[in-house]
Design a protein around this ligand. Sequence first.
Ligand code: SAM
Length: 292
Amino acid sequence: MAEERWIAETLFEELGFRLTFKVDKVLYEVQTKHQHLVLFQNPFFGKMLMLDGATQITKKDEFIYQEMMSHTPLFAHGNARDVLIIGGGDCGIAEEVLKHKTVRRLTQVEIDPAVIEFSKEHFSEFTKPVFADKRFESVIDDGMKYVARTERRFDVIIVDSTDPQGPGKVLFSRRFYAACKRCLNKGGVLVTQNGVPIFQPSELTSSVTKFRKLFADGFCYVAAIPTYLGGHMAMGWATDNKKLRQVPTKTIAARYRKAGSFPTKYWTPEVHAAAFALPRFIAETVAKAARA
Ligand code: SAM
């Protein structure tokens, strides 16, 4: 009988622990130019993608992160026409963004074409509708280079990156955030995948410190995502419009109705508002961020 295979998430091994997932079947494994990529079938979580030993997406709970990283900034903004995703190779967030009919154009800048290619085969539920949508533009590039150079301007920038390691490291730099600010239209908002504060507090403090040096409002909001081990996951929030994260629930609900109240499994107008009510230890992590 073939030896059972378990794959370890090694993101937190310097904290003294790993999380291992049983492998029913490896669907795709490759060392790309940028990172180690493995896609495998797990008995409970279904299809799981890992990049450089960090869980990126699982079929079981992808909806939580993807809905919160897309609907929260878009419904807070209220009239986003041009949206930019940095990273996002599996196209799960792109699929959520395109549910907003106000969005005229969605550009996704992914550094690793291998992630897109295998997503077309293994996450076609996301990639099919996205690549069929005329509003969608896929760019293969380093997100840092793109935001430093582009003449385009955006209402919402979503950084759906890996963790600050390998090619993802630059997406947590002040240089990158400043370049994102340059590309934001007036009143625009930048949201970022910003780790799990209980294990990565300095990652959150560091991002919010940089946000506050560049924007009028640097904050975060949270969601509990089972496979991003550690309870709440933080999503960074940076904008010059301080009111954006305080839009009343009834306004968010009205915008959701106007958008057609498309089905969601996690995001709701009430969850949207509650996501900015930070547990005290996370509020204190954010408060540590230097005032501009
Ligand atoms: N949802 C996942 C999470 O929260 O961990 C991340 C989704 S997606 C798989 C992350 C993507 O960021 C990967 O496809 C990776 O190739 C891409 N990426 C990493 N560094 C990048 C960079 N500098 N520019 C553009 N894309 C980058």
